[in-house]
Design a protein around this ligand. Sequence first.
Ligand SMILES: C[S@@+](CC[C@H](N)C(=O)[O-])C[C@H]1O[C@@H](n2cnc3c(N)ncnc32)[C@H](O)[C@@H]1O
Length: 296
Amino acid sequence: MKNLKNLSLLDINSWLEDRLKIDDTISFIALNPDHNKDALGFKAWVNLAELHYCKLLIPKKISNSEIILTFKKLNQNNSFHTEVIQQKEEKYGVESKFFTINKNQEPTFLLAYKKALESVKIEEKKEVLNLGVNKADEFELIRELIGKESFNKINFKGIDHSKTALEYAKRRFPNKNVKFYEHDINTISQLNLPKADLIISIGTLQSPDINYKPFLMSLVQKHLTKNGALILGFPNSRWIDRELIYGAKAPNYNYSEMSLLFNDVIFAKKYLQQKRFRVTITGREYIFVTATKINN
Ligand SMILES: C[S@@+](CC[C@H](N)C(=O)[O-])C[C@H]1O[C@@H](n2cnc3c(N)ncnc32)[C@H](O)[C@@H]1O
């Protein structure tokens, strides 16, 4: 088995690149970072594995000086991003690969979303609207965070055009205070909903059938109360083989490119600041724009 302990990171990277062209799983010997301050740390190996679209399997200790590491290639075809589903409304439905993902189990998502909910003081809200609610994972986390009693005092409304995802969400939240609407977000006004004091939308506003900038402006003007808040989540990642891989994917690039993401995030920040919101940008694999009203 190859021993990489005397190689530089650049040489390790080249070796991995060559080997991964041939094998899907490769094992090698490296310095044990628990006992050698000059060794690459566990986080460095996790990052390197991710950058090569691999999973790092649990390391095996040979001795205090050496360990065996194994990189296993992710199946890049196992991804909802490349999945073809005829009915566009069901791209994220119960039968889709997307439905098997649980964002709430990803620390970089969970902690950033939790922070955003705390910043907007979720437990003080009366009327929460979620656009692109899907199976209502975002409501689930609110329930866990503030407890059932506080959760039941807030009205929650979720809109999505996936019939099957909403059926699932309804079974999950049979509560009277939670309502779901099978509707196109573009024509949200037709629903005549009360204005919300918190609008949440994660991974949805950049959808190809939504005209992001005018839509965001009309959302704020027509569907948010005067002192309402927003939490917008923008994916800076892709799901591959059920792993969350850092970096936004842009059309025409075969590597992560973030211009579109930054453009949309900065548009939201500038627009909301003009409308007298305090705006923060946080997160990592999901970027959160969190906006709360500045009161004089
Ligand atoms: C990428 S998923 C995100 C779902 C959920 N917010 C999450 O992060 O897990 C986008 C969701 O928006 C819905 N969606 C996209 N465009 C829509 C539209 N024009 N009208 C209604 N729902 C839409 C999809 O069906 C899907 O459930």
